[in-house]
Design a protein around this ligand. Structure first.
Ligand SMILES: Cc1cc2nc3c(=O)[nH]c(=O)nc-3n(C[C@H](O)[C@H](O)[C@H](O)COP(=O)(O)OP(=O)(O)OC[C@H]3O[C@@H](n4cnc5c(N)ncnc54)[C@H](O)[C@@H]3O)c2cc1C
Length: 398
């Protein structure tokens, strides 16, 4: 019997497993993928997550793999209209670190393997659960098709938006689809922007670009909904490296910013729609959910992975206490979990509203709406909103 079975070895599951192992908890992680992720995916790591990674003892390798972003600027017709300094945010690490999710996952996996070599079991598809008194049986199948059963006192679903754990725990999710689609890609950085995040405001839709390690830059822009885009961009692609999508991204960047980028140098492309998924509770019994399994937020603004890590850090504080309390402490356990769930869902709600602000600032607009938007950006430049925006964009307090 394990103390905790974590389903999913994405960023949330790996963080939680490592945090629990460091506290002496016996953890098993069940992951259907046979090996690590290959594409970059999330890149923005914010100040509260940097502090959490430091407490986990893995900040140095994560910092070494990333690029520190101290400043963001807004460009309109090429000229700088606003500038935001993240150094002003009161935090031990007052910057945004740009580091591909694939690299942070590698660090977390490596550290977990060192501290608990048998904890991560890859190639395992979890299928269903049987609740017992005081434990849960997790039932699944290995990559070879063999049946597998793992017993644990608590099960945590860090198994992403389509969570099997969430469904089995009968936690109802609500999904809101936004009417926006984006194209994204990692291209060779031919700009002179250096380690600065740049938002190009354009009437046809925002173009965002962020520095990446290895001389690359992450570009994201709004997809037009007219017939000018290929039918292939109507469906989500996941992270791939599709030359046609890279060419489309390059064309949109040129049309909206005047900048030339080389689609041939792309290392990742993605086409995606955005949604908000929320739940009324992250669980209050023996089956819980964290990360995207509990709250999917739009990637615009780069907060989802950070939220998952902060869930994991908070749950790693609570679970050892629950495991240590004996029979008769159910009421206290339930109260602790309710508080955990309430606090984390409040943070996810705030993050979703920030993402909505970001998407609204970046969507295509008619001339009057665009004028208002550029006015807001210039007000920020004048210093009126500097502090508030810097806190908002760095997930301060979440
Ligand atoms: C294009 C894009 C860009 C993004 N950029 C950012 C960003 O810059 N910053 C940021 O903070 N966030 C960003 N995000 C969001 C971020 O990637 C997610 O929030 C994050 O991956 C969620 O982590 P997670 O561990 O909760 O879930 P996931 O990463 O989805 O991991 C879930 C894991 O569970 C496994 N699994 C699922 N079901 C089962 C099962 N039944 N049995 C066994 N294993 C299972 C999956 O294989 C997977 O490994 C981005 C997302 C996308 C799509």
């Amino acid at each position: 019997m394990h103390d905790v079975a974590v389903v999913g070895a994405g960023p949330s599951g790996l963080f939680l497993a490592l945090a629990l192992v460091r506290r002496g908890v016996d953890v098993v992680v069940l992951e259907r993928r046979g090996g690590p992720r290959v594409h970059s995916r999330a890149i923005g790591v914010h100040a509260p997550s940097l502090a959490a990674l430091e407490r986990l003892g893995v900040l140095d390798p994560v910092l070494a793999a990333g690029v520190r972003i101290d400043r963001g600027i807004v460009r309109i017709d090429g000229a700088v209209a606003a500038s935001l300094d993240f150094a002003a945010v009161p935090a031990p690490h007052p910057f945004v670190l740009s580091v591909p999710q694939v690299a942070t996952e590698r660090t977390l996996r490596g550290e977990l393997a060192t501290r608990a070599p048998d904890a991560l079991r890859g190639g395992v598809q979890v299928e269903r659960f049987e609740r017992r008194s005081g434990s849960v049986a997790v039932l699944g199948r290995t990559a070879r098709g063999d049946a597998l059963r793992v017993d644990a006192r608590y099960v945590v679903g860090a198994d992403g938006p389509l969570s099997t754990v969430r469904a089995a725990a009968r936690i109802r999710d609500t999904v809101h689809e936004y009417p926006y689609r984006y194209v994204m890609g990692d291209l060779v950085d031919g700009t002179d922007e250096g380690p600065v995040a740049v938002l190009h405001l354009h009437q046809q839709g925002i173009v965002e670009s962020f520095p990446l390690p290895g001389g690359k830059r992450r570009w994201v822009t709004h997809l037009p909904d007219s017939g000018t885009v290929a039918a292939a961009t109507r469906a989500d692609s996941g992270e791939t490296n599709d030359p046609a999508v890279a060419a489309l991204l390059s064309r949109l960047i040129r049309e909206r910013t005047g900048l030339t980028t080389d689609p041939g140098g792309a290392s990742m492309t993605s086409v995606f729609g955005v949604r908000r998924r929320s739940v009324p509770t992250m669980g209050d019994g023996r089956m819980l959910v964290i990360g995207d399994a509990a709250h999917e937020v739009s990637p615009i603004g780069g907060q989802g992975m950070n939220l998952g890590w902060l869930d994991a850090a908070a749950l790693a504080e609570v679970l050892p206490e629950l495991l240590a309390s004996g029979a008769g402490a159910e009421e206290r356990a339930s109260a602790l979990l309710r508080r955990f769930s309430r606090t984390r869902l409040r943070s996810a709600g705030r993050a979703a509203r920030v993402a909505e602000f970001n998407m609204a600032m970046g969507r295509p607009a008619a001339r009057p709406g665009f004028a208002i938007r550029t006015g807001v950006a210039r007000a920020a430049a004048a210093g009126v909103l500097q502090d508030r925006l810097a806190r908002m964009f760095t997930m301060h307090g979440l």
